[in-house]
Design a protein around this ligand. Sequence first.
Ligand SMILES: [Zn+2]
Ligand SMILES: [Zn+2]
Ligand SMILES: [Zn+2]
Ligand SMILES: [Zn+2]
Length: 301
Amino acid sequence: MCDGVLESHSSVVDNDMSTNAENKSVPSIRSTIASTRKPLVMSTNGVNELLVCPVCSSLMYPPIHQCPNGHTLCSNCKARVQNRCPTCRHELGNIRCLALEKVAESLNLPCRYNGLGCHDILPYYSKFNHEQHCRFRPYNCPYAGSECSVTGDIPTLVAHLKDDHKVDMHDGCTFNHRYVKSNPQEVENATWMLTVFNCFGRQFCLHFEAFQLGMAPVYMAFLRFLGDEDEAKKFSYSLEVGGNSRKLMWQGNPRSIRDSHRKVRDSEDGLIIQRNLALYFSGGDRQELKLRVTGCIWKEQ
Ligand SMILES: [Zn+2]
Ligand SMILES: [Zn+2]
Ligand SMILES: [Zn+2]
Ligand SMILES: [Zn+2]
């Protein structure tokens, strides 16, 4: 008798579970409908072209101006053309082109990094802001110490660092580097050194530089990740430098190359070695800088 009750009880539980399973499938159907709904994109290129400033060729944002003859121009250009329409030379005045501002409001446009993999379609007025932060936007060359204007995706930059900056490339997650400098007093003139490591299928650059921190000349070593910040956080690294039975250690997360080497340096996010200590580590007569920096990179779980 008791067994029978137990059995029927368990069958009720079974029913409950199957009801739950059906309920769970509902949201997934909904999300499929949502993702297949196409956003409204203006395909007429003519409308987009109307929003390109005829003077500077950038997209116009309110206030959009026009001359009495209807020639449009952006607010940046309006400030520069000394009240003359660049197209017909007529006096400009202060006429807003409200119709065009309204047209812009109704537009949805693809992100400008569409070709680099971003498939986002954006309302005209939020497009600019999105593009400033789009994760597909190209990276700047991470090479420090020279003004390099090369931008691109990571594989492009890795090839560029190797071919154009002759940067050392290393495979592996541990490193052991020697930095030797015969005139350590010349902090300002110290050369920038950069080494790229390939590990976990990604690239990291190790910077070593000398600079003046307040009144004190220091050396600094830090790691940057060739990728975005959310990924950089998944890695950790440690650095060690020492000599004469003394040792200095640093542990941290690599910084994304979205942060300039200057920004990382100024935030002191790395191993900082006072020159006096560096010379002590170097041994000898303190006339030459001889540092051995070892370290490793690992992935956080
Ligand atoms: Zn313009
Ligand atoms: Zn005009
Ligand atoms: Zn984008
Ligand atoms: Zn470069």
